[in-house]
Design a protein. Structure first.
Length: 158
């Protein structure tokens, strides 16, 4: 019976440790302004214990544009038009998606909440206005751009 408990404990510990968020945080917050020829989108995670250990990659199609962990944010500049962003966790399970029609020179804010499920959580996107975003966004940790990403991912283009 003791061996069974050890196996269960080791399994749970493995699941917990592999689910821990692993992102690269900056020591300095960055809040750029929109550019006249591009839209600016901020993605930020809400606080909370549920789902706090899960890391998510935000993608547009096959291209990962940013990584998120608990209490974090990132931004990206993008062209005007229709864009669909999806969330994938460390196990590559699809989460929710959000379709946005963005305009040049405008700033958009996407809150990412976690809905609890039996074996983890599901990320849910919500487009919010600036006033609502500013209640949490300034206290989030900035996630550095992913290694090997294009100049549109998290960083301004020249």
């Amino acid at each position: 019976m003791k061996n069974l408990y050890r196996v269960i404990f080791a399994s749970l510990l493995t699941v917990f440790l592999t689910a821990c968020a692993s992102v690269d945080y900056s020591h300095k917050a960055e809040f750029p302004q929109a550019k006249p020829d591009q839209a600016l989108i901020y993605f930020y995670r809400t606080p909370g214990f549920i789902g706090s250990t899960y890391r998510f990659d935000v993608s547009e199609g096959d291209r990962v544009v940013g990584a998120m962990a608990q209490d974090s944010y990132f931004y990206l500049f993008t062209s005007a038009g229709e864009h669909t962003y999806g969330v994938y966790d460390q196990y590559e399970q699809p989460g929710s998606e959000i379709m946005m029609n963005v305009q040049e020179g405008k700033v958009y804010y996407v809150r990412v909440d976690i809905n609890y499920q039996a074996l983890g959580g599901e990320a849910v996107f919500t487009l919010v206005d600036r006033a609502q975003a500013m209640t949490l966004l300034p206290s989030r940790k900035y996630v550095l751009p992913l290694a090997g990403t294009s100049s549109n991912d998290n960083v301004p283009t020249e």
